[in-house]
Design a binder for this molecule. Sequence first.
Ligand code: SAM
Length: 232
Amino acid sequence: MKFSFVTIFPNLIKPYFEDSILKRAVDNGFVEIDFYNPRDYSKNKHKKVDDTPFGGGAGMVMTPQPLFDCLSDIKSKNEDLHFVFLTPVAKQFNQKDAKRLSKKKHIVFVSGRYEGIDERVVEEFADEVFSIGDFVLTGGELASMVLADSISRCVKGVLGNATSLDEESFEEGLLESPTFTKPQVFNNLSVISEFLKGNHSKIRSLKFALSKAKTKYFRPKMYIEAIFKDIK
Ligand code: SAM
C-alpha cells in the first residue's frame, strides 16, 4: 500500500510515520509513503498557493494552478491511483471505508488549508471526499493522518495479531465491550468477576450484552441499526 500526501506542510505528517506501528509498517515494506508540496508547483513568483475568494467571504482559498499541476504530475508518474480529498464538506469516514480503502494500491491524500481548495480541483481529481467529523480543523493534514492510520491497520501484515481487527468496535455494528488487564484488583477496584472464571461462552455472552449496553448509551442510532440488522 502506498500513500502520497499532498500538503503544503509535509513536516506535520512525517513524524507520525517515525514511531510505533506505522514506523514498523514502513520499515517492513507494508506501507510506503511520499510527499508532494503544491507550493513547489506554483507558477507565482512568490510561490503563492492562495488567493481571495470570488463572491466575497472571509479568508483565502487554495488556487487551482499549483494543485492541478501537482496532481497531474502524480498522475503522470503513477498507475492505479485513488485520490482522496479531506474536507468537512463530505460524508464522515468510518471503519468500513478504512477496510475498503485498505485494498487500494496507492492512495493520494489531498489536504486543504486556509478556507479550503478551489472546487474545480476537487471536481477534476477527487475519487472520494471524506470528513473526519463535524468540526473544522485548520488543515487536512490531521485528517489525512487519521485516514492513513486506520487504513494501514487493515493492511495485511501491519498488525501483529490480525484477529484484533475482528474483535473491535464497529465490527458487528456495535461498540466494543469494556476490556481489563492485570492486576485483578487495582486500588480496590475489581475486574468483572465473570471474566476471570474461564467459561468462554458465558464471557462471550456477557461481552455481547455489555457491548450492546455501551452502544445503546453512547450511539443510540448505531444501536437501533444493529438491532434491525437482526443481531443475535
Ligand atoms: N471553509 C471550510 C468549511 O467551512 O467547510 C473549512 C476549511 S478548513 C479551515 C481547512 C482545511 O482543513 C480543509 O480544506 C480540509 O482539508 C481540512 N479540514 C477541516 N476540517 C476537516 C474535517 N472535519 N474533516 C476533514 N478535513 C477537514
